[in-house]
Design a protein around this ligand. Structure first.
Ligand code: UDP
Length: 239
């Protein structure tokens, strides 16, 4: 028999920046396609995958605020940026033979369907990949918090936070050759060491809900698969 995945349902958080690839801005198609291959591999294993994607490759509320924009307005622009990323990601997934559905936290019904929790659960049970767009739907929050929130709502076994580095290190591995990767850490240890794995709101929500966070690299070949197989890949933050 085939080895079975250790996790049945996961919430994958991708930053907007991950979509840029080596570009300075926007959405790099080749990068998305590569990412989708990793996602397709785990869905074929029967893992239910939900995705929250950021918008930092297009617009961030803080950047708007910094140049004198009303912060809440700028945040709505940021949320709309995540909708664009979600559409690009879902398109690539559909082209790759997956069935993806985008659900938005803010009403833009002509573009994507609204987020309705029972419907999202139904899609996941049907093996569809659900992409949660528009973050939490509220300004002053982040897509990391959306990942924690949706992860808790759908009963995901863990939030997978995709980063450029393949886990949490004791120091910056690019600068310090002695930096070592933590295999796992408790929420308290991560907070005590100020590791900044997610923003405080997202982190507190995961901690309260006892929802583990796995930090890993989506660009390391097969890393997502190793994570869902329960192997020692990336860094697990747990209760
Ligand atoms: N945003 C928001 N509420 C949310 C999620 C996102 O206002 O619940 C806005 C916020 O302005 C943020 C932008 O959307 O800067 C893009 O999201 P984020 O910065 O989390 O993207 P990432 O850093 O993951 O690319």
């Amino acid at each position: 028999t085939m080895p079975q995945p250790a996790h049945k349902r996961i919430l994958l958080k991708l930053s907007g920046e991950a979509l840029m690839g080596d570009d300075q801005f926007g959405i790099n198609r080749a990068t998305i396609v590569r990412m989708v291959e990793e996602i397709a591999e785990v869905t074929r294993m029967g893992v239910e995958v939900a995705v929250v994607i950021g918008g930092g490759n297009i617009f961030r509320g803080v950047a708007g605020g910094a140049v004198g924009m009303d912060r809440a307005t700028a945040d709505y622009m940021g949320m709309l940026a995540t909708v664009m990323n979600s559409l690009a990601l879902a398109d690539a997934m559909n082209k790759a033979g997956l069935t993806a559905r985008v659900m938005s936290a803010i009403g833009i019904d002509q573009v994507v369907e609204p987020y309705v929790r029972p419907k999202a659960l139904q899609y996941l049970e049907e093996g569809k990949v659900v992409v949660f767009a528009a973050g939490t739907g509220n300004p002053f929050f982040t897509t990391d918090t959306a990942a924690a929130l949706r992860g808790a709502e759908i009963g995901a076994e863990m939030v997978l936070k995709a980063t450029k580095v393949d886990g949490v290190y004791s120091a910056d591995p690019k600068k310090d050759p002695n930096a070592t990767r933590y295999s796992h850490l408790s929420f308290d240890e991560a907070m005590g060491q100020n590791l900044g794995i997610m923003d405080a709101t997202a982190f507190a929500l995961c901690r309260d809900q006892k929802l583990p966070i796995k930090v890993f690299s989506i660009f390391k070949n097969g890393a997502l698969k190793r994570v869902v197989m329960g192997e020692d890949e990336g860094t697990l933050v747990h209760v």
